[in-house]
Design a protein around this ligand. Structure first.
Ligand SMILES: [Zn+2]
Length: 247
């Protein structure tokens, strides 16, 4: 199998494993159309499907599907023999068989609780099964099995579930944030009581550089010194200065 196909089936299968709880052995609900197509294309379902899904499988059908094939005549005898090899799950129509496709839709129910993978070539049944949430569709494209990508109904259900999860997570996160916010405010208040923050401290220091009385005192002695120096001018110099002063 090509790597690209391998990745694709992995992705599609993982969707159903993660969102709808599918587990090995995967239960493949097979109808006559799938067996007929497999026989025509010489595909061995029991060999190819598990290899394609890379997991163990259990092939399942119902009494209604078998009876329908029987009623379609000898042309479908080979396909009927294949279908008859599979495990027959009770469908509730024992004694009063209904059309295979209706029986299968009944088996899938509203949400495919039994985690069936539906294996059919019946376009009408495929269409109806896509409306049911959590139904993987398996069909044959010539010789190749294909697990269809999740239907819109299944994708939407998973998105809704995710957004519901997201909403609850967002709520929890907001609660946590508001709690943290309260804690932070408490911390700030505590800090304010303890003392100013380092930034305001720096500013105050800067202010004190210019207005600090200590510095004033330091400045004043300098002025005093100068005055004293003047006072200490030699007498003759002072005299000279005074004499030179214009009147
Ligand atoms: Zn049935």
């Amino acid at each position: 199998m090509k790597v690209k196909r391998y990745k694709k089936v992995n992705k599609n299968l993982r969707f159903f494993i993660n969102n709808f709880g599918f587990r090995q052995p995967y239960q493949i609900l097979v109808d006559g159309t799938f067996c007929y197509c497999a026989l025509n294309n010489k595909v061995n379902i029991a060999d190819n499907v598990p290899r394609y899904l890379q997991g163990e499988i259990k092939l399942i059908t119902t009494q209604c599907a078998i009876i329908e094939m029987e009623n379609l005549g000898p042309k479908l005898h080979g396909a009927l023999l294949i279908l008859k090899q599979y495990a027959v799950h009770k469908c509730g129509h024992e004694g009063k068989p209904i059309a295979g496709s209706k029986c299968f839709l009944n088996m899938l129910g509203k949400s495919n609780e039994n985690h069936y993978i539906l294996a059919t070539q019946d376009r009408d049944l495929q269409e109806k099964a896509r409306e049911i949430v959590g139904v993987p569709l398996l069909y044959l494209h010539m010789k190749t099995p294909v697990l269809e990508k999740p239907s819109e109904a299944s994708s939407k259900a998973s998105m809704d579930r995710l957004s519901a999860l997201g909403a609850s997570e967002t709520k929890a996160l907001e609660e946590l944030k508001s709690k943290q916010g309260l804690e932070e405010e408490k911390m700030k208040k505590k800090k304010k009581i303890k003392g100013p923050n380092p930034l305001s401290c720096k500013k105050k220091k800067k202010k004190t550089v210019t207005n600090n009385p200590i510095n004033k005192k330091e400045g004043q002695p300098e002025q005093d010194k100068k005055k004293r120096k003047r006072i200490k001018l030699p007498k003759h110099v002072r005299q000279a200065l005074l004499e030179n002063k214009p009147n």
